[in-house]
Each structure stands twice: as C-alpha cells, then as structure tokens.
Design a protein around this ligand. Sequence first.
Ligand SMILES: *Cc1c(COP(=O)(O)O)cnc(C)c1O
Length: 243
Amino acid sequence: MTSIDANLQAVRERIAAACAAAGRDVASVTLLAVSKNWPADAVRAAVAAGQRAFAESYVQEAVAKIASLNDPGDRGDCGLEWHFIGPLQSNKTRTVAESFDWVHSVERLKIAERLSAQRPAGMAPLNICIQINVSGEESKSGCAPEAAPALAQAVAALPRLRLRGLMAIPEPTTDVALARRRFATLSQLLGNLNNLNTTNLPHVVPALDTLSMGMSHDLEAAIMEGATIVRVGTAIFGERDYA
Ligand SMILES: *Cc1c(COP(=O)(O)O)cnc(C)c1O
C-alpha cells in the first residue's frame, strides 16, 4: 500500500469518527483532496485509492495536471471532479470556467460575472461557493459577512453559475474553541442566507447545501460545526515543498 493510500484511509477514518461524534451521517461530508504543489502522479495514486474530488489553488499548475489526467491514453480520469480553491484574478477566470467543476473562492461580483459569461455552453453550470472572511482583520481574503447576502443574491442570478454555499479559511490557530467559533460563524451565515431565501428574497437561490470548511489540522472542528466539504492536502499527500 502506498502512503497516499494509507493516508487517505486515515483521513476517511478521522472524518467517520468526527461524524460519529457530531451525530452526523458520514455521507454528508465530502472529502476534497487538495493536490496543489503535487504532480499528476500523486493524483493518480489517490485515484487508485478511490479518491474522485480534487482541489487546486494555482491556475497554470492545475490546467496542466487536469490535461494530463484527461489524456485519453491515461486511465487516471475516471470521472474526476476538479475544484478551484485559490485566489482568482480576472485574467484567469476563462481558464477556470473552462476547466473546473467548482470554484470555492468567489469573493466579489466581478469575478462571478466573468465566470458565468465564460462558462462554455456545453458544460454544466459552474458550482460556486462564496468565500467569507470569518476572521475579521486576521485574514485578507473573503467577502465580509455583512456583504454576503447581497453578493449571494447577485451571484445566484447569474445564468451559468449554480450558487451552492460558503467557504472559509479561518486564521491558523491551535485553539480548538476559536476554530469552532469561526466555523460556527460560517454555518450561521449559511443558515441566515437560507432563511432569507424562504422569506423576503425569493431570488437568492434554491437552498444552499454546501459549507466548505476544515483542512488537515482542523477538519474535526469543522465537521462538528456542519462542514459538508473538507479540503485536505497535507494529511493525504504530505508536507508541501514550495522550493
Ligand atoms: C492548501 C489549502 C488547503 C489544504 O490545506 P492542508 O493544511 O494541507 O490540508 C485547504 N484549503 C485551501 C483554500 C488551501 O489553499
């Protein structure tokens, strides 16, 4: 058994234990394997171990990897799902709209408008999460919680996007109580958006079903607070080498 195989099994066991502790169905949490900084062969090893959903943060690196796995001669592509989770600039939206199934890092309307306009007609609508800054001044990226309802409503009105929910990357901390408060903030915000939905903002969306939160070090806290997607890199592939 490769270490990626063993690591994946260990992560699945952590997810199952956290779901049991939270009284949740294990099927309610999707494991996203964050393969940024790892070569296509690492993705192939994870695919061989049964993993299907992968996430990338850097557009150029990601498209090369996706193309390699989509090569008809390559048996790696068995219905893989690709999620973009990194910072997204205007000049990269077309590539992302053409290559990915999900984008978790939408934080302003202009980027969403471009993704919708550039999503190819033959593809399913692009699944979108709005990234929320749940850590206040501690974090630079993400939409302010107060601005989320208006942004959600605007994104939901775009024809080639399907707004699914919210994503957050809280500030790094070893304080589990703080981590849980940050995740709870995101969870409450999703609840608020779904409530708006059923009351005075009919255009917001069909029910939002996605809370993308929790990474290698804090997935248990995120699952306790309702995560439906956990994004795990290091615990599956090992420490990233940025050199
Ligand atoms: C890199 C990254 C992850 C994975 O982090 P690990 O600590 O390696 O599990 C998750 N989410 C985002 C947005 C990332 O950029």
